[in-house]
Design a binder for this molecule. Structure first.
Ligand SMILES: Cc1cc2nc3c(=O)[nH]c(=O)nc-3n(C[C@H](O)[C@H](O)[C@H](O)COP(=O)(O)O)c2cc1C
Length: 192
């Protein structure tokens, strides 16, 4: 199984609007592989511009925020004007589209990485951050997953939150819990 890293991918639309999305990426044969599910603004922007920026961040609020409607995270334009990077990141890598393997559901974009620019040090693993990422994946799939599975997994992830979260992780967790509760309430109303 290829290793996957959870990142934030920033792109620009043809009319210059910035877009930000959590994406799992693979590294293969000197390329960064993005696998967006259709339909995807990230996919459309990359096909139009041929570019994206890979952002590596330990601020898990960005992941939790993007899947709960909070997409407005500060970005900084790259020096060459070819895109924007997430302001609060440990590192970023500019990407150029090399080729596309199209697919009805999930195309694979083979991106050539430019030079990585480092902005901050890696502080070590934090279990609450990992728990927020797991829960963000659950929240991004709420429409597809049975509610009892979501509740069981959130209850397990809560342990790492209680033991190891700082303020940012606690805030991100709160957003995710609210999204799960809202979904449940909406589902119950729909079923009534
Ligand atoms: C940790 C994490 C990883 C994700 N990885 C992917 C991915 O590889 N491909 C994808 O299409 N969506 C992924 N998602 C969900 C997208 O971020 C989300 O659906 C987003 O809105 C993508 O659509 P967009 O390009 O239109 O913004 C991921 C979400 C999380 C929280």
């Amino acid at each position: 199984m290829p290793r996957i890293h959870e990142t934030i991918v920033t792109t620009r639309s043809p009319d210059g609007r910035g877009h930000l999305a959590p994406m799992g990426v693979r590294h293969e044969r000197g390329h960064v592989l993005l696998m967006p599910f259709k339909p995807s603004a990230t996919l459309d922007n990359i096909l139009a511009s041929g570019r994206a920026v890979l952002n590596l961040t330990d601020d898990v609020r960005v992941f939790a925020g993007c899947v709960t409607g909070r997409r407005d995270w500060p970005t900084v334009p790259l020096a060459d004007g070819s895109g924007d990077r997430l302001a609060d990141s440990l590192a970023h890598v500019p990407l150029r589209l090399a080729r596309q393997q199209d697919d009805e559901l999930r195309p694979v974009l083979w991106m050539l990485p430019g030079e990585q620019v480092i902005h901050g040090p890696f502080a070590g693993f934090n279990r609450a951050q990992a728990a927020v990422i797991e829960a963000a994946v659950l929240v991004s799939r709420l429409g597809m997953l049975p509610h009892d599975k979501v509740e069981r997994e959130m209850a397990y992830l809560q342990i790492a939150i209680d033991k190891t979260a700082g303020a940012a992780e606690a805030e991100a967790w709160q957003w995710l819990r609210q999204a799960v509760a809202r979904h449940r309430a909406g589902g119950a109303r729909g079923a009534a």
